[in-house]
Design a protein around this ligand. Structure first.
Ligand code: SF4
Length: 168
């Protein structure tokens, strides 16, 4: 199946796309959305043109495509276009809201703004940070029963401080 380009996916039959992504689950819905995203990119001049747009215009184009939310739009901008925008995924949100002692206070935009305001705007740095948050979230800061004892953030984490003082 030789349809691995935005242009070809935009013109491909849905069942052909479905065949290619079947193992990923929800393949019908994903095929529809993938095709419509590729069509939107093509109708705006193609991938190269779209990726060369200023970041706010690229974000606005992506977020208006059905099926693309904030995290996906930011992921495409960071990893696809190589532009410096921070991706706030569930791991990042959980780790930082616990570490800052602000669980349930942050929303996507406020956490993103805080991160970007306190770091050098660099795509490479944001990719590295994102990877580190994912790893830390998987290894230590799990949804239930975080392993705070072994976590590298334990000395500065508000959640850790609160839970260890309560257990004394
Ligand atoms: S110390 Fe605990 S709550 Fe804090 S970031 Fe690490 S695992 Fe998460």
């Amino acid at each position: 199946m030789d349809i691995l380009s935005v242009r070809r996916l935009a013109g491909a039959e849905l069942d052909k796309i479905e065949q290619g992504i079947r193992p990923s689950g929800f393949y019908h819905q994903k095929a529809v959305r993938l095709k419509s995203a590729c069509m939107a990119i093509e109708s705006n001049g193609g991938l190269e043109t779209v990726f060369s747009l200023p970041m706010h215009k690229l974000y606005s184009l992506l977020i208006n495509i059905k099926g693309i939310g904030r995290e996906t739009a930011d992921s495409i901008i960071l990893y696809g276009a190589g532009k410096p925008t921070f991706v706030v995924d569930n791991y990042t949100w959980r780790i930082l809201s616990r570490a800052y002692g602000r669980e349930n206070e942050y929303d996507y935009q406020s956490l993103k703004k805080e991160l970007e305001g306190n770091t050098t705007r660099s795509a490479r740095l944001y990719m590295e940070m994102h990877a580190q948050f994912v790893e830390l979230g998987k290894r230590y800061c799990t949804k239930s029963n975080p392993n705070c004892v072994d976590c590298p953030l334990s000395r500065i984490c508000a959640y850790r401080k609160n839970t260890s003082s309560k257990s004394r």
